[in-house]
Design a protein around this ligand. Structure first.
Ligand code: HEM
Length: 469
C-alpha cells in the first residue's frame, strides 16, 4: 500500500488487468470508461500500470506543462525488434540520440522547404492516379487501394529516389502493420513474454526486421554507387548519407540510424496519410452537401484547367477545413503514441509515479461535447474562420500530438492530402456502386482504418452540372 493519491481505477481482473475491456476498440472503450471514472484513470494492461488522459486539460499537462517528464516512450518488445532495438525516432526513449535524430528529421528531411522541393513528385503521382481512375471508365474502383499506393509511391520516390518495381517496401510495411496490430503478451505481462515466443511472434518480427534491413542496405549501397552527375534531385537517403559523410551536425550518424530513420518515414508516414484520405472521402460520400460545396470551390480555383497545381491550394479554405474535420472525427492514431514518465509528478491533484505509461485519448478529446458543438457531426464549417489547427498548440485537436514528441511529418502529410483531395473532387463525382451501402466500421490497429475499402464509381466531372460549379 502506498500513500500516494493515485487516479481512480476501474475494477480489474487478475493477470490481464483491464485488457478484456478494450473492445470494440481501445479509443472507444477508454472514452466510455472515462465517463464513469473521470478524465484521469489508472488502468492496468496486464501488470503494466497505464494512466489515461481524456480531457484537454490533461493533454496540455502532459504535452506542454510536463512535456520534458513525459517525453520518454515505453519499450515495446515487437516494435523494438522492428526498429533496431527502438533506436529509431518513433519508439526511441528520450535520450541524446533520439534528440539528434529527431532534429535531423525536422531540420533536414521534413522541413517546409524540403517538402516543397518534392512538389513535382506529388503532382506526378496524383496525375497518375487520376489517369488510372479515368481508365476504369466508370467501373467500380477500390479507392482505398489507389490512395495507399499513391502515398507509398510518394514516400518511396522522396525517401529512396525511385519506386520499387516489385513493391518490396509495401510487402515489408504490410507485415509490420500486421505485426504491430497483433497483441503482444510480453508488452503487458513481462514474465509471460515466452508466450509470444511460442506463438512465433518473435520469430516473425526478427524475420521481418532482417528483410527490412536487407532491403534498406541494398538501397544505401545503390545510392553510394551511383554517379553524382546522374542525381536529379536529392532524396532523403542522399541527404542522410551526406550528413554522415560530412559530419555536418556534429553527431555521429551510424548506418543503422540512417536505416531506422528511413523505415520510420515509411512506417509512420504511409498508412497514416492514406487513412486520412480514406475517411475524408467516406465522409464526403455520406455528406453530399459538403461534397458539393467542396467541388464548387475546386471548380472555382481550377477554372477548367486539367489539374489544380499545388500553388493554388491556398485558395481553397474549405478543402483545408474538410481535412481538419476529417482528422478530428477520424483521428488516424487515436491514442497517439504512448509516453512514459521519467520522474514522479503531480497532475490535476493525482500522483503519477516515475516510469508510468501514459496514453492521451486525442480522439475522445476531439469529440468532447463540452468543447465541440455537435461533435459527432461532420461539419467542416466549424474550422472556417477559426484559429484552431493541428500543429500542436490547440490541445483540443492534436491528431499529430504536441510537444517534443510531436509528429515531424505534418507538412509532408498535409500537402499530399491536399493535392490529392483537391484534384479528386475537381476531376470526378463519386457514387457508391449498385446496392452497396457505406460501411463505417473501424479496423483497429496502430492506425484506425476503415475495415472495408472505399469502393466507388467515379464519373468524370465534365458530365455533371454540380461539378461545374
Ligand atoms: C496524417 C498523417 C500523420 C499522422 C496523423 C501522424 C500522427 C503522428 C502521431 C500522433 C505521432 C505521435 C505524437 C506524440 O507522441 O505526441 C507521430 C509521430 C511521428 N511521426 Fe507522424 N503522422 C502522420 C504522418 C507522418 C509522416 C508523413 C511522417 C514522415 C514522413 C511522420 C513521421 C513521424 C515520426 C518520425 C514520429 C515520431 C516522433 C517522435 O517520437 O519524436 N508522420 N505521428
Amino acid at each position: 500500500k502506498s500513500h500516494k493519491n493515485l487516479p481512480p481505477s476501474p475494477p480489474k481482473l487478475p493477470l490481464i488487468g483491464n485488457l478484456h475491456q478494450m473492445a470494440p476498440g481501445p479509443h472507444r472503450a477508454l472514452q466510455s470508461m472515462a465517463q464513469t471514472y473521470g478524465p484521469i484513470m489508472l488502468l492496468h494492461f496486464g501488470t503494466v500500470p497505464v494512466v489515461v488522459f481524456s480531457t484537454v486539460e490533461g493533454a496540455k499537462e502532459i504535452m506542454k506543462t510536463h512535456d520534458v517528464v513525459f517525453s520518454n516512450r515505453p519499450f515495446l518488445d515487437i516494435g523494438g525488434r522492428l526498429t533496431y532495438d527502438a533506436r529509431d525516432i518513433v519508439f526511441a526513449s528520450s535520450g541524446e540520440q533520439w534528440r539528434q535524430m529527431k532534429s535531423i528529421s525536422v531540420l533536414h528531411l521534413l522541413s517546409k522547404q524540403r517538402v516543397q522541393s518534392y512538389q513535382q513528385v506529388r503532382e506526378d503521382e496524383t496525375i497518375l492516379m487520376i489517369r488510372t481512375i479515368q481508365q476504369a471508365n466508370e467501373s467500380v474502383i477500390n479507392l482505398s487501394e489507389l490512395i495507399n499506393t499513391l502515398t507509398n509511391n510518394v514516400i518511396s520516390r522522396v525517401a529512396l529516389g525511385r519506386k520499387y518495381e516489385r513493391n518490396e517496401v509495401k510487402a515489408i510495411l504490410d507485415g509490420i502493420v500486421e505485426l504491430l496490430a497483433s497483441f503482444s503478451v510480453g508488452n503487458y505481462i513481462p514474465w509471460l513474454g515466452w508466450i509470444d515466443k511460442v506463438r512465433g511472434l518473435h520469430r516473425r518480427a526478427d524475420e521481418l526486421a532482417k528483410d527490412q534491413d536487407d532491403f534498406v542496405e541494398g538501397v544505401l549501397q545503390e545510392h553510394e554507387n551511383k554517379k553524382e552527375s546522374h542525381v536529379e534531385r536529392k532524396d532523403l537517403v542522399d541527404i542522410l548519407l551526406e550528413i554522415q559523410r560530412d559530419n555536418s551536425t556534429g553527431f555521429q550518424l551510424e548506418r543503422y540510424m540512417i536505416k531506422a530513420i528511413i523505415m520510420d518515414m515509411f512506417g509512420a508516414g504511409t498508412d497514416t496519410t492514406s487513412t486520412t484520405l480514406e475517411w475524408t472521402l467516406t465522409e464526403l460520400l455520406r455528406n453530399p452537401r459538403v461534397m458539393k460545396k467542396l467541388q464548387q470551390e475546386a471548380q472555382k480555383v481550377g477554372q477548367g484547367r486539367s489539374f489544380i497545381p499545388e500553388g493554388d491550394i491556398d485558395k481553397m479554405p474549405y478543402l483545408k477545413a474538410v481535412l481538419k474535420e476529417s482528422l478530428r472525427l477520424h483521428t488516424p492514431v487515436p491514442l497517439l503514441v504512448p509516453r512514459e514518465s521519467t520522474k514522479e509528478v503531480k497532475i490535476m491533484g493525482y500522483d503519477i509515479p516515475s516510469g508510468t505509461q501514459v496514453i492521451i485519448n486525442a480522439w475522445a478529446i476531439a469529440r468532447d461535447p463540452s468543447i465541440w458543438d455537435e461533435p459527432e457531426k461532420f461539419k467542416p464549417e466549424r474550422f472556417l474562420n477559426s484559429p484552431i489547427d493541428y500543429k500542436g498548440v490547440h490541445y483540443e485537436f492534436t491528431p499529430f500530438g504536441a510537444g517534443r514528441r510531436k509528429c515531424p511529418g505534418i507538412t509532408f502529410a498535409m500537402v499530399v492530402n491536399e493535392i490529392v483531395l483537391a484534384n479528386l473532387v475537381y476531376k470526378f463525382d463519386f457514387g457508391l456502386p449498385g446496392e452497396e451501402g457505406l460501411d463505417m466500421t473501424e479496423d483497429v490497429g496502430f492506425t484506425v482504418h476503415k475495415k472495408l475499402p472505399v469502393r466507388v464509381v467515379a464519373t468524370p466531372c465534365e458530365q455533371f452540372d454540380d461539378c461545374k460549379g
